[in-house]
Structure formats: C-alpha cells, structure tokens
Design a protein around this ligand. Structure first.
Ligand code: GLC
Length: 503
C-alpha cells in the first residue's frame, strides 16, 4: 500500500507486451512502428489491461531487434520519432493505460558511440573501462581470455584490431558493460531520468542476471555432458547472478524513489527479466524491498502440462515471494519463447521429464493445436486468477501458434544464424499480427503508404494467418479474444481497493 492508502497499480496489473516491430505498421513499409501502436490503443484498451510494455524502440542496427541499443535516448527512424513517443504516452494515459519502456543494461550495440570510442581508444583507457576489454591468453594473446560460452552460441570473446578481446554475453554485436565503472552508472541514471521525464511509467529491465561478473573473470568449471550450446551460458556462475549487480539495482531503486518523491502522483515500476528456473529463492534476490518492484516468474511458463508441476510452480513462487512481502509477476508468453498453444499441443507436453523449457530448437511435428488451445485457455484462466500481476504477449489473445515454416533466408534471429540453425530462434513467435482477413495489407498489419504501396512484412506471415484475425475474433463469443476479454473483465470486478490513474 502507498502512503495514501491505495494499492500500487502494478501489484496486480495486467500488462500487455508489444513487440514493436510486429504489432502494427502505420507507414506501409512492412515494419511495425509507434504510430501503428497509437492507432491501436482502443484495441489494447478493450482488452481490459492496465499497461503496455514496448520492446526497445531505440536506434539500433537491429542485430538483435533492438536489444542492441545504439542510443538510449532517441527513437529508431524505422519506428518513428521522439514526438511519436510523446503522442503514444499521451494516448495511453488518456485511455487509463500506463506505458513501460524496455531498458537494456547488460550491453549496448557495438555501434553505440561509447563502444566505438572504446575501439578507437588504447588498452587501459577510460573509454575501454566501460566494457570488458582484456588481453588474450597464449604466446601472442591469440586465445580468448577465458572459456565462457555466449548465450546465443560461440565464445563471449571477440578480438579487436589491436589484439585485445572484448566480452559480449549474447552476440558479438552486443558488448557487455562493466558496471564497476562509475561512468556506466552515471549514464544510466540519465537514461532513466530522460524517459521518466517524458512520462514513461516504468521499465522492463533486460537480462539482469548477466549484469555483474566475477572479478578476474575466471574460467568456468567444465560443463556436464549433454549441455547444449545455447544452454551452456546459463551454467556460468561467474557470469550470472553475481552479487555486485545488486548494488546497481539498489541504486536504480533510489533513483526511481527520488523521482516519485519529486513528482507526487507518479508511481513507477521496475520489472526485472531474471531467468532463475525453478529457483524462486534466487528470484527473491531481485525483489528485495530496495531493489526491483517486480521480477517475472517464468516457472509457470516453463512448466509442463502436468498438474503437480504447475501446482509447484505457483505454490513455490507465491510462498517464497509473499513470505518476503514481494509482488508476484506471472507470464505465459513473451518474444523469446515458443507460443503457448504450440508448446502445450506437443505430444510430450504432459511428460514432466522431457519438457525443454522455451524449446528454442524444437520444431513443429505432431503438434495438436486444438489440444494446445484448450490447455492454453485453462492455464491462462489460472494465471488471471492467482494473486500477482500478469504480463501478456501480443497475439496470445488471438491464440496465435508458433510459426515454423519460415525460409532460412528470411529468418532474422541471430540465434538461428550463430548456431548454424541448431537453435531455430525466436522468429516464429514474432510474426506480424493479423488484424483482418485482407491479404493485400498483410492481414491488416500494414496501412498502405501514401502512394498506396504495401511493403512485404519483415517476417513472412502464413497464408492462413487471416484465420486468426482480431476483427473476426472480436465478433465471435467463442474466440480466444473474447475469452481474454471475459477473463480481464472478471479480474477487474474483484479489485479493491482502488488503483490510481496514470498522471
Ligand atoms: C533478453 C531479451 C532477448 C534478447 C536478450 C539480449 O533475454 O528478452 O530478446 O535477445 O535479452 O538482450
């Protein structure tokens, strides 16, 4: 509860995640944009949600679709302008919706000015201290400084022209920041303030478990047999969950708390993306009272269709977080995970042992989408009913399945390319949304350009994508969309005490 006696809005909010590139394209170039989102605010509002989270819309070479940020305080021209952000914030607030931005603190783009300056500066310079530049091993420094695997395949290390190496946990185009450098801390203070001053109501904070590394960057112990290339980074306890990161989050919380004090009526939320599979105790570290307000619990999303596992995922999370006074934050889908109707329609979905979590590399054989649809409805109803907040991902309210049939040369996710296809990647859950049955406008995704042209959508839509069109589902009581609207209406009915409105 706040000092004025009302419940903080985010504690039981339903938040709708928008993958900006795939939501709605207002200028006919085949790429979603901010103006497209603004035109669809009535639709979002009709879902009965409380807030919108936008995936990164900042200038970016788009090597990881915006999670490689080249400037944290501007907008990528593909997506619009700062004025478009202002319009979107205003439109959201006018509809009683809050707006969350997505901040990426672990790494920036290799095209960011800070990294370019670091490359141009000599070893040991202040510009290089923002990142992890190290000499290599071997007689001529020709071997990487340690054995850490990257999250999307290969080594974390990339060698630069003068012979040093830099560390990048995800792709070589995403160099990690060294948060022990005060310049990094100061710059992110400015970034948070910049967006808060523009009216943003909070931040989803990306990949927080990777922030902070063991001093000296020691070799990680050898992996157990059978750990695949993509899973390997998750086993590196020197590059994940390192305690020093919590100083950063406490500092961010101070920044946000100070902002709220200076701006009565503003209630800001910091929500952490912290993958801590089946370890609510680890998750709890991020939602201590002076750190993040919330951290996604992914355990329900990663649970098999197996009642004891689902039960355990809910009970363990609630027991651990509530005992410590922290809010619980559920989600069943996001832009990194195969879509729920597909996951739950798999023959192995009921087997507690064979479930592979977000199944990045699993293809689409023997999936029964009718079964997946029914199970998805049941699990979604449960997620709406349990205490806590709930984050939805665009398209789940349409029952969209994962799309597998994407030609290799149209796949964009670096996971696919860096693992030579061993990891299928995440494109299949990022297909541009079907709004109507009109194939000529990419099923309503694109508004034609001034000259009437409609660009090809950035990822190909299946020919039958119109079967999921939002417009048709809106008119059908049995549709997934109608089901979601009923769930959120029922949830709103039981809310007490009142929540504040965005200001
Ligand atoms: C997070 C994002 C994911 C991104 C990665 C690197 O996990 O959700 O999309 O690729 O971080 O920034």
């Amino acid at each position: 509860m706040s000092a004025t006696g009302h419940q903080k809005w985010w504690r039981d909010a339903v938040v709708y995640q928008i993958y900006v590139r795939s939501f709605a394209d207002a200028d006919g170039d085949g790429i979603g944009d901010l103006r497209g989102i603004t035109t669809r605010i009535p639709y979002i509002s009709s879902l009965g949600v409380d807030a919108v989270w936008l995936t990164p819309f900042f200038p970016s070479p788009q090597r990881d679709h915006g999670y490689d940020v080249a400037d944290y305080v501007d907008v990528d021209p593909q997506y619009g302008t700062l004025a478009d952000v202002d319009d979107l914030v205003a439109a959201c607030h006018a509809h009683g919706l809050r707006l969350l931005a997505d901040i990426v603190p672990n790494h920036c783009s290799s095209e960011h000015r800070w990294f370019r300056d670091a490359l141009a500066a000599p070893p040991g310079s202040a510009a290089r201290r923002r990142f992890f530049f190290r000499d290599g091993r071997g007689d001529d420094g020709e071997l990487p400084p340690n054995n850490w695997p990257a999250a999307f395949g290969g080594s974390v290390w990339t060698r630069v022209a003068d012979g040093q190496w830099y560390l990048a946990t995800f792709t070589p185009w995403q160099p990690d920041f060294d948060w022990s450098d005060p310049a990094v801390v100061a710059d992110f203070d400015d970034i948070l303030r910049f967006w808060l001053d523009r009216g943003v109501d909070g931040f989803r904070v990306d990949a927080v478990t990777h922030v902070g590394k063991a001093p000296g960057l020691p070799d990680m112990p050898p992996l157990e047999d059978g750990v695949g290339e993509i899973a390997a980074a998750g086993h590196n306890s020197y590059g994940m969950y390192w305690p020093s990161a919590h100083n950063v989050w406490r500092h961010w919380r101070d920044t946000v708390d100070a902002f709220e004090c200076e701006h009565p009526g503003r209630e800001v939320v910091l929500v952490a993306e912290a993958y801590t599979a089946r370890r609510p105790d680890l998750l709890m570290d991020y939602v201590r009272p002076d750190e993040f307000h919330e951290a996604f619990s992914f355990d329900l999303m990663l649970a098999p269709w197996h009642a004891p596992s689902i039960h355990r995922a809910i009970d363990d999370t609630i027991a651990t977080l509530h005992a410590n006074g922290a809010a619980v934050t559920w989600t069943l889908n996001n832009h990194d995970t195969q879509r729920i109707v597909t996951r739950l329609g798999r023959p192995e979905a009921e087997d507690p042992e064979s479930w592979t979590g977000n199944a990045l590399s699993t293809t689409g054989t023997d999936i029964d989408l009718a079964v997946g649809d029914r199970r998805a409805r049941a699990l979604t109803a449960l997620a709406f009913a349990v205490p806590g907040s709930l984050y939805l991902y665009q398209g789940e309210e349409l029952g969209l399945p994962e799309v597998f049939d994407i030609p290799d040369d149209r796949r964009e996710d670096p996971v696919f390319h860096l693992t030579d296809g061993e990891g299928l990647g995440r494109d299949g859950c990022r297909i541009p949304l079907p709004w109507s049955t009109e194939a000529a406008t990419s099923f309503g995704f694109s508004t034609p350009a001034r000259d009437g042209s409609v660009g090809e959508p950035w990822l190909p839509q299946p020919v039958a994508w119109g079967d999921y069109a939002a417009a048709d589902q809106a008119a059908d009581d049995e549709s997934m969309l109608a089901f979601y609207r009923r769930l959120s209406a029922a949830r709103r009915l039981r809310r007490w005490p009142a929540r504040s409105s965005p200001s």
